[in-house]
Design a binder for this molecule. Structure first.
Ligand SMILES: Nc1nc2c(c(=O)[nH]1)N[C@H]1C(S)=C(S)[C@@H](COP(=O)(O)O)O[C@H]1N2
Ligand SMILES: [Mo]
Length: 505
């Protein structure tokens, strides 16, 4: 019996290493971080008392981290072998090893600076690899155990599968490294990029109504919502980027990055929102965008009177058709190169994306944009429009309660309510709040630089002890008040008043 143990241990080790390989590849391709294994080493360093760490560094010099990673790897090999042995008692037994290891990995990635949900994916992929591959690998061993007459054949099958898995895992790790190197390189160029005319500026102070808990008027880049159809984000060096403008124009134009940013730079505060945003949802953010006005670019090209839209295509093949009027009227429809004074983050469209005030992202805000074809709606449909979403996507007026949070307990008496409201390119005239169906109370509004951004609102209303419900509605500068009719986002944006339950004590 004991002679078979090495095979079971080998199964654990092969599955274990394959999981490290897939988690490494996932981290390389999807994030700009090191693999979870390195995150664990960094966690160990953070948790090590200063004097111990200093002693280790003085003994090991600059190799302290590599050494630590090797030590962790050795410990992992022991754990993997143990998982392999546990598998003899039932397929689920190795979970006693895989789950705690994954939990440590998860804790390590989540305690990194500015960790986000995507950082958990490498751990999830690694865990999935461990569990599925390990049970696949032990299948042959299990069969061999049940049929001693076939055991030597099943062992050969196992060794072949284990060999194939090892080769595949190595291949995945190398591929991840190659793809990831591209991303890391672009991230480095992005960090070093200085674009003339791009300035950094704080939000004007009077945009804030000063109530804690409301979304900040200026959304920091790392908190800005993310929506797109890609898994691995396109990574494009600015020198490799170019944009072709063609179609119903007398003269075509192809721009590279340096000729784009050599043009006059416009900087505008613009709120971007997603048509899929539910009532009260978070798929909306406000940033200061720097870029070149599309109207200025189209101006010299002789756009045909027949044209009524521009079909935009991104590097990853995503498309949208944008009403020509929104790109050529007096609004700041931009080919944006910077967000809040910094080159666009890769996931927000580096090096160039479109931003059009007043339209939902799905018909306007092409990230990684590479092609603009002046066209007609009769001839062109974008990605989401072919899936049943409305072809023109003007933003609907909306308002949201951020304070109090749903289910919160507040002190009875004067209660502060607050949130944001938006109606890009029309502007917000007023916001009103209502508790338990009582009178509508006008809210105080933050001051905003243009009609293209959201506004913060706040109001104080006396509330007795008990369970309550607060709702909000906005009125636009066009006199239109938000409708109470509840509609889902599909096909052209949600409507209805955001309502929040809370308790006063
Ligand atoms: N290339 C590309 N651009 C895209 C999308 C996409 O899927 N691919 N999604 C659009 C949608 S639906 C929205 S709401 C905005 C979101 O932009 P953000 O991720 O920068 O917030 O991008 C738009 N641009
Ligand atoms: Mo969207």
């Amino acid at each position: 019996m004991t002679a078979r143990r090495p095979h079971w241990m080998l199964a654990g080790v092969v599955a274990g290493l394959a999981g490290l390989a897939t988690s490494y590849a996932t981290a390389m391709v999807l994030t700009i971080r090191e693999a979870p294994l390195v995150a664990v080493a960094e966690l160990v360093i953070r948790l090590t008392p200063g004097p111990v760490a200093e002693a280790a560094i003085s003994v090991l010099g600059q190799f302290d981290k590599t050494f630590l990673v090797l030590v962790i790897l050795l410990l992992l090999l022991v754990c993997f072998a143990v998982a392999g042995l546990l598998a003899r008692g039932g397929w689920y037994r190795p979970l006693l090893v895989w789950l705690p290891l994954a939990a440590v990995g998860l804790a390590a990635v989540l305690t990194q600076r500015q960790a986000s949900a995507v950082d958990t994916l490498p751990v999830a992929v690694g865990l999935l690899t461990w569990v599925t591959l390990h049970s696949a690998l032990t299948d042959a061993l299990e069969r061999g155990r049940r049929r001693p007459d076939l055991e030597s054949r099943e062992r050969r099958v196992f060794l072949m599968v284990a060999g194939a898995v090892s080769v595949a895992a190595l291949g995945i790790a190398v591929a991840g490294r190659v793809v990831g190197a591209g991303r890391r390189k672009v991230e480095a160029s992005r960090r070093l990029l200085r674009i003339p005319g791009v300035t950094r500026r704080e939000a004007p102070a009077d945009t804030s109504v000063g109530l804690a808990g409301i979304a900040p008027w200026q959304t920091p880049n790392e908190d800005f919502y993310l929506i797109d159809t890609t898994i691995a984000k396109p990574v494009i060096e600015p020198e490799e980027w170019s944009l072709r403008i063609h179609g119903l124009v007398e003269r075509e134009l192809t721009l590279d990055f340096s000729s784009l940013v050599a043009r006059r730079m416009t900087e505008s505060w613009i709120t971007l929102s997603c048509v899929s945003n539910e009532i009260g949802g978070g798929l909306v953010g406000n940033a200061r965008w720097s870029g070149v006005r599309i109207a200025d670019l189209l101006d010299g090209l002789g756009v045909s009177p027949e044209a009524d839209c521009v079909l935009q295509t991104s590097h990853d093949g995503w498309t949208c058709a944008t009403p020509l009027e929104a790109l050529t009227d007096d609004r700041d429809a931009l080919l944006a190169v910077a967000m809040n004074g910094r080159p666009l983050p890769i996931e927000h469209g580096f090096p160039v994306r479109t931003i059009v005030p007043g339209l939902y992202g799905y018909v306007s805000a092409t990230k990684w944009v590479v092609d603009l074809e002046v066209s007609t709606f009769a001839r062109s449909t974008g990605y989401w429009t072919t899936k049943g979403w409305s072809s023109e996507g003007p933003v609907k007026i909306a308002s949201r309660i951020d304070v109090p949070r749903a289910g919160a307990e507040v002190e009875a008496g004067p209660v502060s309510f607050g949130g944001v409201a938006w109606h890009q390119h029309t502007g917000i005239e007023s916001v009103e709040v209502q508790v338990d169906g009582g009178p509508w109370t006008p809210a105080e509004l933050g001051r905003v630089p243009s009609a293209d951004t959201w506004v913060q609102w706040a109001a104080t209303i006396d509330v007795p002890e008990g369970d309550h419900e607060v709702r909000v509605r906005a009125t636009g500068k066009d006199g239109q008040t938000q409708t109470s009719v509840v509609r889902s986002p599909d096909p052209d944006g949600a409507t209805g008043w955001h309502t929040v339950d809370f308790r006063a004590v």
